[in-house]
Design a protein around this ligand. Structure first.
Ligand code: B1M
Length: 233
């Protein structure tokens, strides 16, 4: 059989097959296929959030498992991450298109020593989609960068992301600095990332640990509502 005959035509697959194929393509780091699959699902009327969670995030979860188990290595995971970002790039404006009025402002960044940014980017996108203004500081953020941004941007929320057990303690360095400056109560501090849990969030003095981007949005909304109620009282 020729290569041409072996080619899979994404548009000819039904939704279930296409999502399965996209997970395989993400695993193989096939950026163009991920872009095409994302566009096809959107054209078929899928909600951007469903494309994100059911195809892209689900695919990246499989990549994560095989990375953990030593089946995939850094170069392959980088390709997968690159493909995922290409899909997210298409979804970003659509997720932000809700027309929701600004309900709060957040500064967010991945902590020092950590270059994982997919989860943080997803949180930023979802927060923007929910009507928050987001200032994204990027990766490898040290305490000076966070504090400088808080001074400059005057956000309601500070969000920190960490994906490594070795970098997550750095969140406490930032919170301790806010405490030392007597400014801890000025900000709602939300933390997230795969190795964290609620207990860790409490132990470092964060206001809340957010399991995923949807929880981050809900938590941020709750805290903003409380802040507004306190201001009115
Ligand atoms: Co890395 N990596 N990685 N990696 N990587 C993990 C995290 C790991 C768990 C893989 C594994 O072994 N199973 C493991 C950490 C083990 C540990 O610490 N216990 C690991 C390792 C070891 C490493 C290196 C050390 C590998 C090496 O070099 N030997 C190295 C470290 C580099 C560094 O940071 N200094 C490394 C490098 C990389 C790549 C560069 C190849 C790439 C990152 C590319 C990029 O981000 N641009 C990468 C990737 C992709 C992963 C996995 C496979 C996937 C992470 C991801 O994007 N998930 C990851 C395995 C895993 O997590 N299962 C792994 C998808 C994303 C949507 O989920 O980031 O969890 P997540 O975000 C979620 C929630 O956690 C939450 O919401 C998000 C959306 O729902 N959330 C927040 C996240 N941040 C939040 C902030 C908030 C709120 C919620 O603030 C308000």
């Amino acid at each position: 059989m020729s290569d041409e005959e072996n080619d899979i035509v994404l548009s000819e697959l039904d939704d279930e097959e296409l999502v399965q194929q996209m997970m395989d393509d993400l695993y193989d780091g096939l950026k163009e296929e991920i872009e095409e699959g994302t566009n096809i699902l959107l054209e078929r009327g899928w909600q951007p959030y469903d494309v994100l969670t059911k195809a892209l995030v689900a695919g990246m979860t499989i990549v994560g498992h095989d990375f953990r188990d030593g089946i995939l290595f850094v170069p392959e995971v980088l390709l997968a991450a690159n493909a995922m970002k290409a899909g997210m790039f298409i979804l970003k404006p659509l997720l932000a298109e809700t027309g929701a009025p600004t309900i709060g402002r957040m500064v967010v960044g991945t902590v020092k020593g950590d270059i994982h940014d997919i989860g943080k980017n997803l949180v930023s996108m979802m927060m923007e989609g929910a009507g928050f203004e987001v200032v994204d500081l990027g990766i490898n953020c040290d305490v000076e960068k966070y504090i400088g941004a808080l001074d400059e941007e005057k956000p309601d929320i500070l969000g920190m992301s960490a994906l490594l057990t070795t970098t997550m303690p750095y969140m406490k360095v930032v919170i301790d600095e806010l405490v030392a400056q007597g400014r801890r109560d000025e900000f709602i501090v939300l933390v997230g990332g795969a190795p964290l849990n609620e207990e860790f969030g409490k132990a470092i003095g964060a206001d809340a640990y957010c399991r995923d981007a949807a929880v981050a949005v809900e938590t941020a909304k709750e805290f903003m509502a409380r802040k507004h109620n306190q201001a009115r009282a």
